[in-house]
Design a protein around this ligand. Structure first.
Ligand code: 3HC
Length: 682
């Protein structure tokens, strides 16, 4: 099937590109576009060439699926050169997303007409590469050097109407249905007025303001956001050095960098993350979606944030609390959060008001009798939750879905408090719920497939990355996170310092060190959750450090001290904690070892992988990609490292086997069991 169709109307050629789903520039599309342009070169009396894409979007970039293999000819720069050197004016009609290679194609045309809703961007750095076909160089000439550098090094897309980028287009159109017709009418008008000339972007001058760019400021911004991904900084260094060069020369440098980075482990990891997200969201539902109004039980930090999530997605929300006072606190928290988002420019005043208007408070269970879904976000106690579910069972309509946001508790037991266990499901949000993308949908023993299906559809509407998991302590995410936490604490007992442990994981690329995270979330939270279960007899040191800190009243930031001391505001190391750890280690006769940042990060990662494989083996999650999704979107795992399972794959079975067996020898097979690695990493 051909991807490009050409027709000529009144001496204007229309190149219609139709390569679903996103018109990515595959080798076939590049070949066909080149062939079509070459054929048009032979056409006498042609006055203009218009590029238009079928479907919901313009070209969204190179075909990322090709990046794992060798670059295939014809390459994108060849197509770009043909467009720019065309003997007749070339015009791109833009709609949907104009990204990466798509923007490079548009920038190589002589004119651009866009729907006002169009998004434009150079997201290549998000895939660990850089624009490989002169996108930076041409955008510098179309929107100014600083704006082009910002777009390419941040990878963020903007609306075509953004004042900093609006100069990209010569003409803007309101309605999607009018794009082709009005676009052609504009071209015809310009032809009649004799004002449509060949205008190669490469020949445009650079803006004079470029001399004043503060490259150091850019560097700071890039370093803050790039973490383990080398692409943005390398691109910035190149642009700082080469920006004044003519397009062809500048493009040559970035093309070389593109080809080099394309093979990097980071780029492979980022592609893995991209396709993992798509794969985990795939799957069509057979049922109609039936959730319109929801109730959230509990207006604490979590409940309020869950309420925001739903209002952001346009759902009506009833926030239910026991007392008017607690309810007002929750509603105020929500109002403040929306006000902050508005002041930071994330939402408009209208959006703030609309979303706030969707949320209502109540202290009366009768008010939620008609909602389609209830999410319980009350205190983490089995008894409390069972009481709530009993009430829900008696007041909610028969078709309602009853969800709990528990992090650890047994949902099978919670469901027993109702007469409809098939309607009970876990909906485990991660804190802060309105920001973190991960959502665990927990299918309990009796949860019906229809309910899980509704949850999966709902997750898409809430723009969450959902994984469906089974019931066990901590489900998939917190169970693996607990294993990671256990290993961190064990290394403390074996002599690794607090400072070194946090440094190791930060250098690895985690947003925060694990001990600083514990202080932030409250050491007592996990401690209380674990206390409901028997202490594992094979693991005498199991979270003993946390237990000792809780006993000493060091609960984290909220109590002024935890692993660190906060009495003077910022976190400071405290010799008392090292003493507490040393005392526990001496009591348990823990053998002391030497650590460095590399060995700490490696052992922490091995713990994650070991638990993940067991979680897979026990059928708690079905796909190994779910593990990476959990870590990327729930715990700030560096995207440029792909996730624990991706890293395991990179290490290879032999290397992993050897490292795990060394740990097994030292610490026993109850902590480091033999694993069926081949099943998941082959
Ligand atoms: N290459 C190959 N497949 C792509 C693709 C691409 N560039 N972009 C999207 N797809 C696929 C997705 O994998 C998905 O496939 P599936 O249906 O089999 O799961 C399908 O297209 C639809 O994608 P989404 O579900 O993401 O659709 P949305 O409408 O939600 O989002 C989008 C569309 C904003 C375009 C989003 O897909 C996206 O951000 N894509 C990546 C864009 C990108 O990074 N482009 C730059 C590529 S690198 C480049 O151009 C280098 C150049 O400088 C040389």
């Amino acid at each position: 099937m051909s991807l490009v169709n050409t027709r000529i109307v009144d001496q204007i050629a229309i190149l219609e590109i139709d390569s679903p789903p996103v018109n990515a520039l595959s080798v076939q599309l590049r070949s066909e576009m080149i062939a079509a342009l070459q054929a048009l070169g032979e056409q006498p009396k042609l006055q203009a060439i218009v590029l238009h894409c079928a479907g919901s979007t313009f070209i969204c970039g190179a075909d990322i699926r090709e990046f794992d293999g060798e670059p295939l000819a014809p390459h994108l720069p060849e197509l770009i050169t043909l467009l720019e050197s065309s003997a007749v004016p070339t015009i791109a009609l833009l709609h949907g997303h104009v990204l990466g290679g798509g923007l490079e194609v548009a920038a190589a045309c002589h004119y651009r007409i866009a729907l006002k809703s169009t998004n434009i961007g150079l997201p290549e750095v998000g895939l660990g590469v850089v624009p490989g076909a002169g996108g930076c160089q041409r955008m510098m000439r179309l929107v100014g050097v600083a704006n082009a550098v910002k777009m390419a090094t941040s990878g963020r897309a903007v609306k075509v109407t953004d004042p900093s980028y609006v100069s990209l287009c010569e003409h803007l159109i309101d309605n999607q249905d009018d794009l082709l017709e009005q676009g052609l009418a504009w071209v015809q008008r310009q032809l009649v007025e004799n004002s449509l000339s060949v205008k190669p972007t490469s020949e445009l001058a650079l803006d004079t303001e470029a001399e004043k760019i503060d490259w150091q400021l850019f560097k700071k911004q890039v370093q803050r956001s790039a973490k383990s991904n080398p692409a943005p900084l390398q691109l910035l260094q190149q642009l700082e050095r080469y920006w004044p060069l003519p397009v062809a020369q500048g493009e040559k440098h970035t093309r070389e960098l593109f080809l080099q980075l394309r093979q990097s482990t980071e780029a492979k990891a980022l592609r893995h993350a991209f396709f993992t997200e798509k794969k985990m969201q795939a799957g069509r539902s057979k049922q109609a979606f039936s959730i319109a109004e929801v109730a959230v039980i509990g207006a604490g930090t979590m409940g309020s944030a869950i309420g925001i999530c739903f209002a952001d997605a346009g759902f009506k929300v009833i926030l239910l609390e026991q007392s008017q006072q607690a309810l007002e606190r929750g509603l105020k928290r929500i109002e403040d959060e929306y006000q902050r988002s508005y002041e930071r420019g994330r939402i408009s005043q209208k959006q703030r008001d609309q979303r706030l208007a969707l949320i209502h408070g109540s202290c009366d269970y009768a008010s939620i009798s008609e909602v389609d879904l209830v999410i319980e976000a009350a205190f983490e106690s089995l008894q409390v939750k069972q009481t709530i579910f009993k009430s829900l069972d008696s007041v909610c309509k028969k078709a309602a879905i009853l969800a709990t946001n528990t992090s650890y508790l047994d949902i099978d037991v919670i469901a027993q408090a109702t007469s409809r266990p098939e309607a009970v499901v876990g909906m485990h949000f991660f804190s802060p719920a309105n920001i973190m993308k991960l959502l665990e949908i927990v299918k309990a023993d009796k949860t019906s497939d229809a309910v899980v299906d509704q949850m999966q559809q709902l997750a898409k509407k809430l723009r969450k990355q959902a994984v469906t998991v089974g019931v066990c302590f901590g489900f998939a995410a917190n169970r693996i996170y607990t294993r990671y936490g256990r290993e961190i604490q064990q290394m403390l007992l074996e002599g690794a310092s607090i400072e070194l442990v946090d440094k190791a994981m930060r250098e690895f690329g985690m947003a925060m060190g694990p001990l600083a995270v514990q202080d932030l979330s409250g050491i007592d939270i996990g401690h209380n959750a674990r206390s409901a279960y028997p202490h594992p007899s094979h693991d005498p040191g199991y979270f003993k450090v946390s237990a000792a800190l809780v006993e000493a009243g060091r609960l984290g930031r909220k109590s002024g001290s935890g692993f660190y001391d906060y009495s003077e505001g910022s976190a400071r190391l405290d010799a008392k904690v090292e003493q507490i750890i040393a005392t526990v280690a001496a009591e348990l006769k823990v053998v002391q070892s030497e650590f460095n940042t590399r060995s700490i990060a490696q052992r922490a990662l091995l713990a994650m992988i070991s638990e993940a494989v067991q979680v897979l083996d026990q059928g708690i999650v079905q796909q190994k990609e779910a593990i990476d999704l959990i870590w990327l979107h729930g715990y700030g795992f560096p995207r440029a490292k792909g996730g624990p399972m991706f890293m395991a794959q990179q290490w290879g079975i032999a290397e992993l086997e050897q490292q795990l067996s060394e740990l097994r020898e030292q610490h026993g097979d109850k902590i480091w069991p033999s694993l069926n690695l081949a099943k998941y990493l082959a």
